[in-house]
Write a protein that binds this ligand. Sequence first.
Ligand SMILES: Cc1cc2nc3c(=O)[nH]c(=O)nc-3n(C[C@H](O)[C@H](O)[C@H](O)COP(=O)(O)OP(=O)(O)OC[C@H]3O[C@@H](n4cnc5c(N)ncnc54)[C@H](O)[C@@H]3O)c2cc1C
Length: 278
Amino acid sequence: MLAQLGDEAKLLAGGQSLIPLMKLRFANPRHLVDLNFIPETSYVREENESVKFGALTRHSEIENSSITERFAILHDCAAGIADVQIRNRGTIGGSLAEADPSGDWATVLLTQKTEVRCLSPRGERTIPLANFITDAYTTVLDHDELVREVVVKRPDKGSGGAYLAFKRSAPVYPTASAAVQLTMEGDVCTDAAIVLGCVGLVPVKPKDAVAALRGRKIDGKAIASAMDAVHAAADPQPDMRGSAEYKKTLATALVKRAIEVAMRRARGEHVEVSHIYA
Ligand SMILES: Cc1cc2nc3c(=O)[nH]c(=O)nc-3n(C[C@H](O)[C@H](O)[C@H](O)COP(=O)(O)OP(=O)(O)OC[C@H]3O[C@@H](n4cnc5c(N)ncnc54)[C@H](O)[C@@H]3O)c2cc1C
């Protein structure tokens, strides 16, 4: 239908980004192609080393899925998105396709080995998430192409992740957020991934912060170096949520807390976290 209707048609998933934009007249598609009637598009499946999400899997399905007991960073993300009404409608595929710089899923899934499976009349292609989002609200999707499935590789044993955001209240996007995944051998971090949300036009990967942790003993000094690097890498826009410096400071503090939780989870501890609300 997208191919037939041309680029004046838009897909409708949960409608939690598109409908507000239409109400504000920022989006005015001539046709809406509703994905909600297509069976087998909403699922959470564990297969081999991966977890697969159908594009229409709602945030709440992921929040309540048993997989999150073994993959806690997914719970941190899903459970913290807006409020229960939005989590019951909004989808993981729609969130990645929207590529909102404040959206939670891209920030979290970029710390993981994540692939986006896309479908068009020309067939299927698999795109690493790192290559999927190219700019704010922009992805590599063609106008007649949709996200079919999101595939996330399960972290290795000895690896733990955490996602924390600072929010002014539940039903709003975060002011700043930080996702961290650490692989530990004793006190030494053998691998690390850090991604910051809401502090750039796309999720920000602070390379120097990763370098401050990878291959090192994680102590106060290493964490302080990572925090300095996060402060330097964050490049937020000032807006109603706060000044650029305020958001940089928030990102720095969130990374510290996320590192501490990720380390404990990497050691096998069960640690529950919630976002920080003003
Ligand atoms: C008040 C409010 C607060 C919110 N707070 C947060 C928050 O804190 N964190 C957060 O991450 N999100 C938040 N959201 C957004 C919410 O998470 C949405 O679920 C998310 O933006 C995706 O929306 P959707 O699935 O409803 O997709 P839709 O709104 O239906 O679609 C969004 C865009 O993606 C396209 N699209 C949808 N599905 C596909 C697909 N399978 N393939 C290709 N293109 C597709 C659509 O054409 C459209 O352009 C909030 C939304 C609201 C209204």
